[in-house]
Design a protein around this ligand. Sequence first.
Ligand code: S3P
Length: 174
Amino acid sequence: MVSCKNNNIILMGFMGVGKGSLARELSKRTGRIAIDTDDLIESVENTKIKKIFENEGEEYFRQKETQLSLWLETSVKNSIISIGGGFYHVNNLQDIGHVIYLESSFDAILDRIQSSKNPSKKLKKRPLLQDMAKAKALIAQRHPKYVSCSDSVIQTAGKSSATMAEEIMQLLEL
Ligand code: S3P
């Protein structure tokens, strides 16, 4: 693999872009363990993200992400890490692994969610995807930040997880 800190691959991008599916596809092909920052926070807190936002507020959730980022840097190696759409705010992202930005338009993300098995569940569990006008503004505001904290960018439009996994494996010489 192209050398990088801890040999981890980090999948970053907006909510609903398909980070989790791609992480599972990459895990299948490489034999590496795939972990997800939202899943880890839910497990540690024993609560769903939606409830954490409701009961403790977004700031508390962001603190949990920061705490997790320190653990990922020191303790996780040779893994595939899908991160929540706002996780890029942590200070040490590039010290955790090779950061791949999965770029997509907002409309393509909505199409992907609508054509999934359970669109309403996918929307309901994401507090920042309740107001579509706000979410559209958020993706526009985040796009330059995603670009600036990534090592590589993959265009997701019209691609399956399998195609993107191939692309990443070629890119990183896996
Ligand atoms: C968030 C994205 C979510 C989750 C939380 C906040 C964000 O993860 O971390 O709801 O700020 O973009 P996904 O990107 O996996 O939906």
